[in-house]
Design a protein around this ligand. Structure first.
Ligand SMILES: [Zn+2]
Length: 283
């Protein structure tokens, strides 16, 4: 569950409720401006959504509250219901479409991950955004510029960055995670696209990087994901060229990266990273 009491101010008026490395809990952001406050990610289920909303309202006081989500995945966006009415929810077009298309199947899928999750998701209602944009949207919260940037597909079709150009703080969603393997859960996640998204992320030159999960860090988090994905890509190409069959390539690379990235979580997703570099990239 989201622990609002653990909230940290990582830059003046820029807050993170850290995930505490708890599974299915994301890093949540709350950004203050003079006129409005922006909450980033709802966490999963109405209970967590309410916790995030209350934390945002507590900081906001009389100021208006906006909500955005880094991507449609349940632990990031399926707590939006309590925000409905009174809060403006804004995301990019492709994320909105992806939420509508895949939302119900992801509720079902995540409900099989354990009784706790099934309970959290039992009464979930998917909430469409109030506002969408294509490409990028600049919001002025009052003395605080925030840029919403559509960078998908990579981890999902509708991946979105939240970028604070003055403070050089980036909220990257699951495109960056600290000491977790990248998650590629369906065909809209692909290592080739992900590396392209990392180029765009690095070009922003952020000083502070808040990933979807794991401790807040700096640009080294971008380089760690790039190094991992390039390694998987290059090893797969070498083994394919040597005529190794797909299953054995996966087993070989899994063993290699588990040793190299000792302590990283989510190792179940190494296989799909390897497979995303096999065959042609879907268009
Ligand atoms: Zn995700």
């Amino acid at each position: 569950m989201v622990e609002a009491g653990a909230i940290e101010e990582i830059a003046p008026g820029v807050h993170v409720i850290p995930d505490g490395r708890v599974e299915f809990v994301p890093n949540v952001g709350i950004i203050e401006g003079e006129r409005a406050v922006l909450a980033i990610d709802t966490a999963m289920g109405h209970l967590n959504g309410r916790t995030v909303l209350e934390a945002a309202r507590k900081l906001a006081g009389d100021r208006k509250v906006f909500l955005t989500t880094t991507h449609f995945h349940p632990e990031h966006a399926f707590g939006a219901k309590p925000f409905e009415g009174g809060v403006t929810y804004v995301i990019n077009e492709s994320q909105a479409a992806e939420l509508a298309a895949k939302g119900p199947e992801y509720i079902e899928m995540f409900s099989t991950f354990g009784p706790g999750l099934a309970q959290l998701l039992a009464d979930v209602e998917l909430v469409p955004p109030d506002l969408t944009y294509e490409g990028q949207l600049r919001i002025n919260l009052g003395g605080r510029a925030v840029e919403l940037l559509d960078v998908g597909p990579a981890h999902t079709r509708g991946d979105q960055l939240i970028w604070l150009p003055q403070e050089r703080v980036l909220f990257a969603g699951d495109l960056i995670e600290n000491a977790f393997f990248p998650i590629l859960p369906d065909p809209d996640a692909n290592g080739v696209w992900w590396l392209e998204a990392l180029d765009r992320i690095a070009a922003l030159e952020p000083e502070t990087v808040v990933g979807g999960h794991g401790a807040v860090g700096g640009p080294e988090l971008i380089e760690a994901f790039r190094e991992y994905l390039e390694r998987v890509r290059d090893r797969n190409a070498e083994l394919e060229a040597a005529g190794t069959e797909s299953g054995e390539i996966v087993t070989t690379i899994e063993a290699e990266v588990l040793e190299r990235y000792d302590g990283w979580g989510n190792e179940v997703w190494i296989k799909s990273a390897v497979e995303s570099f096999q065959g042609s990239v879907p268009s």
